[in-house]
Design a protein around this ligand. Structure first.
Ligand code: NI
Length: 172
């Protein structure tokens, strides 16, 4: 397994629309394993392939404390089954250090393939529903900061751009 580089906002590659996976083969499973390693290393609970600059519809999630509940979503779709909105504080490995409240539908029905290419359908609410909606947004080139005011998004952009510049100078 190898750790992958995570793209950070406002990198334009995060705006790429992911393509469906044709065949869930060993290459996809290798990507999934690398994504889990990358996400666990960064102490995240979800990661979309878009964030590691692979533009395929692949998402990994693990909400457990001890990395014991890996969930793989390949070619995922969801339908809202309870459109009442819940507010939750969201963060993102591609927007490090920033958290803000986002409203999303409370309950969803999810259809996807698992790491073996088998169909997996389930319903989700609470943190899992939020996480799935957040990760599937990534596959559509969308970030949680898009739900915030323009002013807030601009503030985050400016701070991260400044950080990225400083990091580049250190590397030189
Ligand atoms: Ni994210």
């Amino acid at each position: 397994m190898s750790k992958l580089n995570i793209l950070e906002f406002p990198d334009p590659r995060l705006r790429t629309i992911a393509e469906p996976v044709d065949k869930v083969d060993d290459d996809i499973r290798k990507l999934v394993d690398d994504m889990f390693e990358t996400m666990y290393d960064a102490n995240g609970i979800g990661l979309a392939a878009t964030q590691v600059n692979v533009h395929l519809q692949v998402v990994v999630i693990d909400l457990s404390e001890d990395n014991s509940e890996p969930l793989v979503l390949i070619n995922p779709r969801y339908q809202v089954i309870e459109d009442e909105l819940d507010e939750m504080q969201e963060g993102c490995l591609s927007v490090p250090g920033f958290y803000d409240t986002v409203e999303r539908p409370r309950r969803i029905a999810v259809e996807s393939l698992d790491r073996h290419g088998n169909p997996q359908n389930f319903e989700a609410d609470g943190l899992l529903a939020v996480c799935i909606q957040h990760e599937l947004d990534h596959l559509d080139g969308k970030l949680f900061v898009d739900y915030l005011s323009k002013l807030k998004r601009q503030r985050i952009r400016t701070k991260l751009e400044k950080q990225h510049k400083q990091e580049q100078q250190v590397q030189r």
